[in-house]
Design a protein around this ligand. Structure first.
Ligand code: PBG
Length: 325
């Protein structure tokens, strides 16, 4: 009780503040999302994601070396698929020599120790821009899971360490785990987007991959942002089906969900701080309205404080550079 207890005592200097600091952000906390395109010497800035780029494979190699030297140990790969290769069933996703499969090999050749995660969902390959196969205007669940399982095996064959299904079909973790086991990829892990919400914060990402849904929205598979207990149900099912890591997505608006899951689940929790969150801060900082680095650090720290042990973030490189400087 005051005056015996004065909480400001532990805030009097930088030294004591750092000694009692409860949450520390390091480069080890991050997964770096990377966008890959066909071509040579391509480094295209994404219009709605300032200072974020799509790389062709030759420049991807350089980028991952740079990331590794900054202490970043994991990447999450996304590919931008040319329109002429898109169809309803995501056929190109299973091409052993497809862009994703070549990107995995490129990263592994450049930095063998880099932990390579891959996005598993049909939207970049889908002529409809949906995460699953479309029949009569509906996204069909089980046939989609079959393709996702084959896609995961194909990524594992190319050398992926972990697949990250971002589609929200029911049962896909089980389909994928069984397919990986049958093909002897027992060490290939699964990071499940367990609580992925139907969020308006994904807009810039869909620009990056030209993957916006051609009709309707994603509300019949992604979760309603109003729901909390559903995140627990989704996560418990994913654990039963063989997930190694659970994920909450987006980040900042959903930190209550992150806290719920980290209190109740035994698995590591990842957060995806998504493209819209990145764009908001970049835009405000460009106008001089927010201090970019300070707000960035406060945000990733808040995500970690909420209970995340991994953060997939477009700020990963900025954070790592700041921590090194
Ligand atoms: C698609 C996918 C999306 C993101 C990751 N994987 C978009 C979507 O569901 O429409 C969003 C990531 C971001 O906004 O940064 N399977």
């Amino acid at each position: 009780m005051y005056p015996l207890r004065r909480n400001r005592r532990l805030r009097t200097s930088a030294a004591i503040r750092s000694l009692v600091q409860e949450t520390k952000v390091t480069a080890n906390d991050f997964i770096v999302p990377l966008f890959v395109v066909e071509g040579k010497s391509v480094k295209e800035e994404i219009a709605s994601m300032p200072n974020y780029y799509r790389y062709s494979l030759d420049l991807l190699e350089k980028e991952v070396q740079e990331l590794w030297n900054l202490g970043l140990k994991s990447v999450l790969l996304f590919v931008k698929v040319p329109d002429n290769l898109k169809d309803n069933k995501g056929t190109e996703a299973l091409n052993a020599d497809g862009l994703m499969q070549r990107a995995i090999k490129t990263v592994k050749n450049a930095v063998p120790e880099m932990y390579v995660m891959t996005d598993v969902a049909l939207d970049p390959y889908s002529s409809y821009g949906h995460d699953g196969i479309v029949e009569d205007g509906k996204i069909v669940n089980d046939p989609t899971c079959d393709v996702l399982a084959q896609m995961s095996v194909s990524h594992a064959q190319a050398g992926a360490n972990m697949v990250a299904p971002s589609d929200m079909m029911d049962g896909r973790i089980l389909y994928i785990r069984e397919a990986l086991e049958e093909n002897n990829f027992i060490d290939c892990g699964i990071m499940s987007y367990s609580a992925k919400y139907a969020s308006a914060f994904y807009g810039p990402f869909r620009d990056a991959l030209d993957s916006a849904p051609g009709f309707g929205d994603k509300k019949s598979y992604q979760m309603d942002p109003s729901n909390r207990s559903e995140a627990i149900r989704e996560s418990l099912m994913d654990i039963d089906e063989g997930a190694d890591i659970l994920m909450v997505k987006p980040g900042l608006c959903y930190l209550d969900i992150v806290r719920d899951l980290s209190n109740e689940m035994e698995l590591p929790i990842a957060v995806y701080q998504v493209s819209g969150e990145y764009a908001m801060l970049k835009a405000a900082a460009e106008r001089g309205w927010l201090d970019h680095d300070a707000v960035m650090m406060e945000q990733v720290m808040a995500i970690k404080r909420a209970g995340a042990s991994l953060i997939a973030s477009y700020f990963a490189k900025d954070v790592a550079q700041l921590l090194q400087s």
